[in-house]
Design a protein around this ligand. Structure first.
Ligand SMILES: Nc1ncnc2c1ncn2[C@@H]1O[C@H](COP(=O)(O)OP(=O)(O)OP(=O)(O)O)[C@@H](O)[C@H]1O
Length: 236
């Protein structure tokens, strides 16, 4: 197993505030499935932003795909971001595009032939239960429907890493289970997945998943012990 993501003593500070994330160290192997938990304000969204390269840390080292992404030249960021699928907490669908065209976006950006786009997009629309809403604009969809479009868009290109922030917060329990089945299928194809959620029954559904917990910006395991890989000087 090779590490696809490595965080070493990462800290994040917004402005002059105290650190939102402190001494965060972990690595993700290719094909890992992690749930990220922690109380409101613990720093989950902030950690995910580092993972999908929307934010640079204030200190520490982050390596992704074998490269240091903290010092990566700006012009190389889009290439890295294309390898990461993101389900944003607030969906961020393109308002003037239909559900169909939002989902097709990553395939078009990747340069897929138009003739090859329809089958996977239609299949994905059906999977998320929106087979008859493909031409609807986001503003005419319910919150749960928008969330399903956002998930479909994030997974359709089979990203190497999928980062999802409360991806089932707006759907009912049956749909949440169905969406997790979709994530598990993607994970079996090799995608590394990190899902931030408060939903314990959802976590219990994915037998292969592991858990990371943030407590006031520090990573802890479910028993409360700090969950660091061994530090270079050994120690505990
Ligand atoms: N852009 C920002 N500027 C300043 N402070 C921020 C910013 N984003 C987040 N914070 C602060 O960082 C802390 C952690 O926020 P974050 O959204 O990462 O937590 P969270 O665990 O995802 O919370 P929730 O479960 O409520 O979504 C909060 O105190 C928040 O106010």
């Amino acid at each position: 197993m090779s590490a696809i993501v490595q965080f070493e003593n990462v800290g994040l500070r917004y402005g002059l505030d105290s650190e939102t994330l402190s001494d965060v160290s972990f690595s993700l192997n290719s094909g890992d499935f992690y749930f990220l938990t922690g109380s409101s304000g613990a720093g989950k969204t902030s950690l995910l932003k580092l993972l999908y390269l929307a934010q640079r840390p204030s200190r520490g080292v982050i390596r992704m795909f074998g490269e240091d992404v903290v010092t990566l030249p700006r012009k190389r960021l889009p290439g890295f971001r294309r390898r990461i699928g993101v389900v944003f907490q607030d969906f961020r669908l393109v308002p003037h595009l239909s559900a169909y065209d939002n989902i097709a976006l990553p395939l078009r950006v990747a340069g897929m032939d138009e003739g090859e786009i329809d089958a996977p997009v239609s299949e994905m629309l059906n999977w998320v239960g929106l087979g008859d809403r493909g031409q609807a604009r986001p503003a005419t969809l319910s919150g749960g429907e928008q969330q399903r479009v956002a998930i479909a868009r994030a997974v359709i290109g089979r990203p190497e890493i999928l980062v999802a922030d409360e991806p089932t917060g707006n759907v009912d329990a049956d749909m949440a289970r169905r969406l997790m089945t979709l994530f598990e299928a993607l994970n079996r194809l090799g995608t590394t997945i990190v899902v931030a959620t408060h939903d314990l029954p959802l976590m219990a559904q994915v037998a292969s998943a592991q858990m990371m917990r943030l407590d006031k910006g520090r990573l802890a395991d479910p028993t409360g012990a700090l969950r660091y890989p061994p530090r270079p000087q050994g120690g505990a």
